[in-house]
Design a protein around this ligand. Structure first.
Ligand code: PEP
Ligand code: MG
Length: 571
């Protein structure tokens, strides 16, 4: 029977496919048995996977030094201990031999048993360690899958329906041929949503009924632009789907004519559009669309979905390729912004924090792990020999932090020169303004940076005390708040007064409905995902800059969201 599911659009695109439902907890593995003759092969497959998981843990330990190694040691030891526990192997072997369960299914059963034991414990600390069980079993499961090419292909053409997806899973899901994702939780501002847009993978979130309404194998129609999800669509829906596909194709063709056009307002003011990028494809697309440069290269995605940290050489090659890909246009590399929802599966096990969004995140993490920071800075500096590159530091809240990063930067540059590397004479350092304290204290810090980039995704979250990942807060998360407009306006004005470039690189800059508002507030430098670049360029080309600027004071006087919305609609 046809069902309509409400959700929030998070990454555009139209998709049609079979549903693949993933249980909210535990591993998504159906009961599966192997033939009698395959028992020994199944046991061998499991043992190889366990050995592989152990080797990965060992390799991870070997690659870490200093504080990181000390902090991670505790976790790595615990995971190795769980993996080496003879009881684990005995229990799994027993299930495979006597019940003829497949190795993945035996793993799932054992995981569920162990989690139940941990959850029953009185001690809250021990109870919380059930996460380690998930990590260890998940590691063995991943090792099993890497050997199982059938499983890797098993998702092609499917629509994943899940409680949530971690950013670290997304690239793999896209590789495995998933055509769209529907999640019960999540928000369009989450890092998963940002990455899905970069991967051109349609995603809708906050589909609370999805898990109850969808069964494995159901036909699904997903519209990542409107958030519409139809289960078991009728012929009329399919007709509409085809129609929308054609329209979107036509729209793309129309926008494509803007690729080589200037980003200039009707009254002749040049506006710069930089690209947010996470991958090689984004960089190629940015160049193709005539971006002025890369305004935000999110390096954390280099660290996701892997067991080892990328070393200097690997990072250098990635940054150098971005610089070469932009052929002389400036590239802004953001130093690692791990923490909060971006910490899992990174080869960097971090202590769980009571409130990760307010925890060791961004520059705070980099300054506590100096080897990690220096490795990244050296890679960025080495890439500077190939073209213009800047460094952007996330989560700055005080002048000391930017100064500490600069000191390391200068130190690394000196070392590299001594080692004979060709690096740029001067490198610009910028701060992300996303913590309200940094925005308010900017007059005292602005001299310590060469440029400023406003991260509205976090700025809105911290300024309004509204979690960007919590869809239950819905409408409360909005940049259309008098406090947000005031800060944006003041930061842009202050930066310009000091002759510094000010970019907005949060999702607000990519939202065509916000373009005129940002122009009215004085913004001249946008950084946005390439997917929205042409639409935003079109709006800029249709705007009159001087006229918009005259609305700034009325916008800043508007007392609440409704009044701001009215004022924006008149722009
Ligand atoms: C932001 O906070 O606006 C931003 C661009 O950074 P991220 O979304 O990666 O936190
Ligand atoms: Mg941010």
């Amino acid at each position: 029977m046809r069902r309509l599911i409400q959700s929030l659009p998070a990454s555009r695109g139209l998709a049609l496919g079979r549903a693949r439902v993933r249980e909210p907890h535990g591993l998504d593995i159906a009961e599966e048995r192997v033939g009698k003759g395959r028992i020994d092969a199944e046991l061998a497959r499991l043992h190889v996977a366990i050995d592989r998981a152990r080797d990965e843990l060992g390799a991870l330990r070997d690659r870490l030094h200093g504080t990181v190694a000390r902090e991670m040691g505790e976790f790595l030891d615990l995971h190795a201990m769980l993996l080496d526990d003879p009881e684990l192997k005995v229990a799994l072997d027993h299930m495979i031999r006597t019940e003829r369960f497949s190795a993945p299914y035996a793993l799932k059963l054992q995981r569920d048993r162990l989690v139940a034991v941990f959850e029953d414990m009185d001690d809250p600390y021990l109870r919380s360690r059930r996460e380690d069980i998930d990590h260890v079993i998940g590691r063995v499961h991943a090792a099993l899958q890497r050997r199982d090419s059938d499983a890797v292909q098993g998702l092609a053409g499917d629509v994943l329906v899940a409680d949530s997806v971690a950013p670290s899973e997304l690239a793999q899901l896209a590789e495995r041929g998933i055509v769209a994702i529907v999640t019960a939780q999540g928000s369009p501002l989450s890092h998963s949503a940002i990455l899905a847009r970069s991967l051109h993978l349609p995603l809708v979130v906050g589909a609370h009924d999805a898990l109850a309404q969808v069964n494995d194998g159901d036909a699904m129609m997903v519209d990542g632009r409107s958030g519409e999800v139809i289960v078991e669509p009728h012929a009329a829906d399919l007709r509409q789907f085809r129609q929308r596909k054609r329209e979107s194709q036509r729209e793309q063709e129309r926008l494509a004519t803007l690729k080589k056009k200037a980003t200039r307002t009707r009254d002749g003011v040049d506006i710069r559009l930089f690209a947010n990028a996470e991958s090689r494809e984004d960089v190629a697309q940015a160049h193709d669309l005539g971006a002025n440069g890369i305004g935000l290269y999110r390096t954390e995605f280099l660290f996701l979905q892997r067991d080892q940290l990328p070393d200097e050489e690997e990072q250098f090659r990635v940054y150098r390729d971005v610089v070469l890909g932009m052929r002389g246009r400036p590239v802004t590399i953001r130093s690692l912004d791990l923490g909060a929802d971006k910490a899992d599966n990174t080869g960097l096990v971090m202590a769980s924090e009571p409130n990760p969004a307010l925890g060791v995140r961004g520059v705070r993490l980099s300054l506590r792990h100096r080897t990690l920071l220096r490795t990244q800075l050296r890679a960025v500096l080495r890439a500077s020999g190939y073209g213009p590159i800047r460094l952007l530091v996330p989560m700055i809240s005080s002048r000391d932090e930017i100064r500490a990063v600069r000191a390391e930067f200068v130190d690394c540059a000196r070392d590299l020169r001594t080692e004979g590397y060709e690096i740029a004479d001067h490198l610009e350092l910028g701060a992300m303004i996303e913590v309200p304290a940094a925005a308010l204290a900017l007059p005292r810090m602005i001299r310590d940076m060469e440029f400023v980039s406003i991260g509205t995704n976090d700025l809105v979250q911290y300024l309004l005390a509204v979690d960007r990942n919590n869809d239950a807060l819905g409408e409360l998360y909005s940049p259309l708040h008098p406090a947000v407009l005031r800060l944006l306006h003041d930061v842009i004005k202050l930066g310009h007064r000091h002759g510094k470039r000010v970019l907005v690189c949060g999702e607000m800059a990519a939202d065509p409905e916000m373009t005129r508002l940002l122009l009215a507030l004085g913004l001249t430098d946008f950084s946005l995902h390439p997917g929205s670049m042409l639409e935003v360029r079109q709006i800029i080309r249709d705007s009159d800059h001087h006229k918009l600027r005259r609305h700034a004071s009325a916008l800043l006087r508007a007392p609440d969201r409704a009044a701001i919305e009215r004022a924006v609609s008149r722009l």
